[in-house]
Design a protein around this ligand. Structure first.
Ligand SMILES: [Zn+2]
Length: 151
């Protein structure tokens, strides 16, 4: 994904505090799984919205990477819109999701190279329907546990 450092700083606001557990709504999980299945064999991608460590919504975005089988790049306009809505009082942009249609739900070497190290949450949907959550921290990705919640 190619969010430039400058853009991320300009629109990010306060970084979420580091924790080892996030709460995720059933709706967000179901949507990510459905999007991964729909997009395969391409990677799906989108934006995680909510507050603090509570992911309420997964919003699909177009994967504009020219190699969508093995890479993703979230449509920059979708990110701009989400950050603008957050500044206007909408849900915070907590992070991003994407799928690995041919592999496990762990950050790939490409993901590590593209990561901003900005503390955001990454959800990855693996080829067998497993979802894992990661914190994109300064020293690399750290696995997060997650809890399904109703809303
Ligand atoms: Zn990936």
């Amino acid at each position: 994904m190619s969010i430039s450092k400058t853009d991320a700083k300009a629109v990010a606001g306060p970084a979420p505090s580091p924790v080892s557990c996030v709460q995720v709504t059933q709706e967000a999980l179901a949507l990510m799984l459905a999007e991964a299945a729909r997009a395969a064999p391409h990677e799906c991608c989108g934006i995680l919205l909510g507050a603090g460590n509570h992911v309420r919504t997964a919003r699909p975005a177009a994967n504009i990477d020219p190699s969508p089988h093995s890479r993703f790049e979230i449509d920059p306009q979708a990110l701009v819109d989400a950050h603008r809505a957050a500044r206007a009082g909408g849900p915070q942009v907590l992070g991003y999701y994407h799928s690995h249609p041919g592999g496990p739900p762990r950050p790939s070497a490409t993901d590590a190279a593209m990561a901003g190290g900005d503390g955001r949450i990454w959800a990855i949907i693996g080829h067998n329907g497993d979802v894992m959550f990661w914190r994109d921290g300064e020293s690399g990705f750290a696995e997060l546990s997650y809890q399904r919640v109703q809303g």
